[in-house]
Design a protein around this ligand. Structure first.
Ligand code: UGA
Length: 441
């Protein structure tokens, strides 16, 4: 605003006291049209306004309140594909052994996507990534994850899952045995700011992907990310897969629940093998800057006040924080135990597997405790403000019952919050420390 002041002050003499006057005064209009000095300043003003509009970078995310709205990727973004993408995808999809999987990882430049893609590649599977690189949070972090994947030999196609033409071409180019679908509009509270982005990615995008999978020959098996948020306002703990999931507290949760029903339909009609994984507040290195543990770290280090939510009558707000390495193991186990889809030529040939699992840590931790662990690790006292949880989509607590995942996937989380946060903080300081040194932060 300070840059605009001088320009505005030159216009001041002719700005009438009210907009109504301005509209109705032909004198003012006349002066506005024909005063040469004014015309020059108007042009300059418009010029700077346009420059500001087109050149302003995407807002960095810190808690998700000040972000610009998402630019939904359209089909025209296909132009960003490199011309030799099919060759690169084929190369990236090569397995190290005949029994290896060929996996499409959607949302590969995202937090969980990057970790899963690396783990699959490291064990010899062929992996192709897909990501639309939207500006929900700092794009530099997504680009850094992309570079990390490229160093591991994983190629990421820059495209949106809503691009059905691209997807069907991709399934012709590479015969995927599995799809690990992690592309989504995440974040519980941001749904109040940009509801349509949740429908775009989590509903439309999911259907677009399932359409491509159902038409593919052979059909891949699908493992995808649902969310603990589907348990919504339930009060019975721990949350079991058998519990009701019909009272979501956020639009985000509602779209994940919709995804579970959509999965049922595609399994029922087309014989797609589909496994949904309900993630419980996954955290760790290369994490998501819109999540509390991440922006608390940033704000504590900057001396900025952080808000700690509490329920009615000072009830504790708690989460079953789950460390990324444990979740990755759960994802790989889900892929390993997935049965084949049964359809071909878009038609079902027999009953197919349909599963849903909780991937949590089974030990909820109050948000206040999360903050005190961060204070200890960062050696900085946080400026805390405890306030009533706003009605923003958050729920009071989450707590996973993981006995089904333990029994059928061999899932066994081993990282407690303090150990996991220690690894996160170490990564955070080195990532942003290095960025600061190269003065690009
Ligand atoms: O497990 C899940 O299903 C979900 O986990 C997280 O959602 P959430 O658990 O709300 O994680 P955060 O946004 O990091 O919040 C963690 C806790 O901090 C609290 N919080 C958040 C922000 C804040 O300013 N203050 C505060 O106390 C929240 O109420 C919550 O209890 C992810 O953001 C979702 O994408 C994911 O699907």
């Amino acid at each position: 605003m300070t840059q605009l002041k001088p320009i505005l002050s030159h216009l001041d003499p002719i700005i009438p006291s009210s907009t109504g006057k301005f509209k109705s005064s032909p004198y003012a209009f006349h002066r506005l049209r024909f005063h040469p000095r004014l015309t020059l300043w108007s042009f300059l003003f418009l010029f700077f306004l346009l420059i500001f509009f087109f050149c302003s970078p995407p807002a960095a995310s810190s808690g998700g309140n000040k972000r610009r709205s998402l630019t939904n990727t359209s089909h025209s973004e296909r132009a960003r594909l490199s011309p030799n993408w099919p060759a690169k995808a084929r190369n990236s999809a090569r397995t190290q052994s005949k029994s290896g999987f060929t996996v499409l990882v959607t949302g590969a430049a995202g937090f969980v996507g990057t970790h899963v893609a690396v783990a699959l590649k490291n064990r010899g599977d062929g992996v192709v990534g897909l990501d639309n690189f939207n500006n929900y949070y700092e794009s530099g972090l997504k680009k850094a994850r992309k570079s990390l994947l490229e160093r591991q030999g994983v190629y990421i196609i820059e495209a949106d899952i809503n691009d059905g033409d691209l997807l069907s071409k991709l399934f012709e180019v590479v015969h995927f045995t599995h799809v690990m679908h992690l592309a989504a509009q995440a974040g519980v509270r941001y749904a109040m700011q940009n509801p349509s982005s949740y429908i775009h990615s989590n509903v439309n995008g999911f259907v677009s992907l399932l359409e491509a999978c159902k038409n593919a020959n052979p059909q891949p098996s699908i493992v995808w990310a649902s969310s603990s948020s589907v348990y919504g306002l339930n009060s019975k703990v721990p949350f079991s897969e058998k519990d009701r999931t019909d009272q979501p507290a956020s639009l985000y949760a509602a779209t994940k629940k919709a995804g579970e029903e959509i999965a049922h339909t595609y399994n029922h009609i087309y014989g797609l093998s589909i496994t949904g994984l309900r993630f419980f507040t996954v955290y760790g290195p290369w994490g998501r800057p819109d999540m509390a543990y991440y922006f608390f770290t940033k704000d504590i280090l900057r001396g900025k006040e952080i808000k700690i939510f509490e329920g009615a009558d000072h009830a504790t707000v708690a989460r079953d924080f789950t460390y990324i390495d444990d979740v990755v193991k759960g994802c790989l186990a889900a892929l390993d135990t997935a049965k084949k889809s049964t359809g071909s030529g878009g038609k079902k040939r027999g009953a197919a597997q349909l599963r849903i699992y909780n991937l949590g840590n089974t030990s909820p931790v109050p948000v206040g405790k999360l903050v005190s662990i961060l204070e200890k690790l960062l050696k900085v006292k946080a400026r805390k403000k405890v306030l009533a949880m706003p009605r923003n989509g958050d729920v009071l607590f989450t707590h996973a019952n993981i006995s089904l995942a333990r029994k059928e996937l061999g899932y066994k989380p081993t990282t407690d919050l303090e150990t996991g946060l220690k690894k996160f903080v170490k990564w955070y300081l080195s990532y942003y420390g290095a960025k600061k040194k190269s003065s690009s932060w």
